[in-house]
Write a protein that binds this ligand. Structure first.
Ligand SMILES: [Zn+2]
Length: 342
């Protein structure tokens, strides 16, 4: 059995449909367990999460700390969930609640931040920007090896940067127009495909209209792979706007590496090269020369690894700022109450 002294942490990746948990050591996940996310109530979700983590702890031992990534906006210092779209966590003081249940320090962050941290560890590199193209567009920024969060942990919303003041309304919970999310997300391309299908009865996309009156992302990808010009046009626009975004983020953050991840990255053969060309023609040359753009390495364990690495970094930081005599007992040296971490 492992114990709290050997640097093992537990990483938890909470998704809308499943919770993945693993023991994380040296940016590798072991003893991985995956269970459906209980979304009927906050209590049910937390009980399910607790049971899944305990399964891993029974095999791997007691961790020094637990890191949790959630698809939510998080106020990092308190670990309180600000908003959460698909799971019942809005307003929940998650860090305190889970700290009480597990009796070890818990750290809670946005899942896109955790994914970016995992990427930075896997490469490895210290300055990285990650864009996650899924239903929406998420992002994470790693600056000198650490997650950049802004004042309260709510920053780095890279999908909600507008690249066109008069663009389409943002499909996210966002009042802006022309956000990257309005062009480069699953929701955005399904919207575009559906509009085109309605405008062109008899076209390939019109034939792909589903019973819900929409063209799904999957259908759109198939049409583009068959060479349908309407579908290709949609991916062309996505690529162009993504390139504008990449150039902007390279200019602002000067990452060594910018990676594209998320579900839509599986269709990257339809837009990635074109996006990089667009970015190359727009980014400041001195920064572009020093930056690389690639697909995320990710993999199924990235969320678990990122959450674990976050916890490990926090434990390390606390042990550095704690007197040597107190270091052995990480449970006391760090409390789960933010005001106790002094
Ligand atoms: Zn937006």
């Amino acid at each position: 059995m492992a114990n709290a002294d050997d640097g093992m942490v537990v990483g938890v990746d909470v998704g809308g449909t499943k919770i993945a948990v693993g023991a994380v050591r040296s940016a590798k996940a072991q003893d991985r367990v995956e269970r459906p996310t209980q979304v009927s109530s906050t209590e049910a979700l937390l009980d399910g999460l607790e049971a899944t983590v305990n399964e891993v702890i029974r095999t791997a031992g007691t961790p020094a700390a637990i890191g949790v990534g959630v698809p939510s906006q998080i106020e990092y210092s308190t670990g309180t969930v600000e908003t959460s779209v698909n799971i019942p966590l809005t307003g929940v003081p998650l860090r305190t609640e889970l700290g009480r249940r597990f009796g070890v320090p818990v750290f809670v962050d946005n899942d896109a931040n955790c994914a970016a941290l995992a990427e930075a560890q896997l490469v490895p590199c210290d300055n990285l920007v990650m864009l996650t193209l899924g239903t929406g567009v998420g992002g994470g920024v790693i600056n000198s090896g650490r997650i950049f969060r802004g004042a309260h942990g709510l920053g780095a919303e890279l999908g909600h940067f507008s690249v066109n003041a008069d663009g389409p309304p943002c499909p996210g919970n966002c009042p802006n127009h022309g956000c990257l999310e309005a062009y480069c997300s699953g929701q955005a391309i399904e919207r575009d495909a559906t509009e085109l299908a309605e405008d062109k009865p008899g076209s390939r996309l019109a034939r792909a209209l589903g019973e819900d009156g929409k063209v799904s992302g999957r259908e759109l990808v198939s049409a583009a792979e068959e060479g349908d010009p309407d579908a290709l046009l949609i991916f062309d626009r996505l690529a162009r706007m993504l390139g504008v975004g990449i150039a902007g983020y390279v200019n602002v953050f000067q990452p060594e590496l910018l990676v594209i991840g998320g579900g839509l990255s599986r269709a990257s053969h339809l837009y990635f090269q074109r996006a990089v060309q667009e970015a190359a023609s727009r980014a400041l040359p001195a920064l572009w020369r020093r930056a690389q753009v690639s697909l995320a390495r990710g993999g199924a364990d990235a969320g678990v690894i990122g959450a674990g690495v976050l916890a490990a970094q926090e434990v390390q930081e606390a042990s550095r700022s704690t007197p040597a005599g107190a270091r052995r007992d990480t449970g006391q040296a760090m409390t789960t109450e933010p005001e106790g971490v002094e």
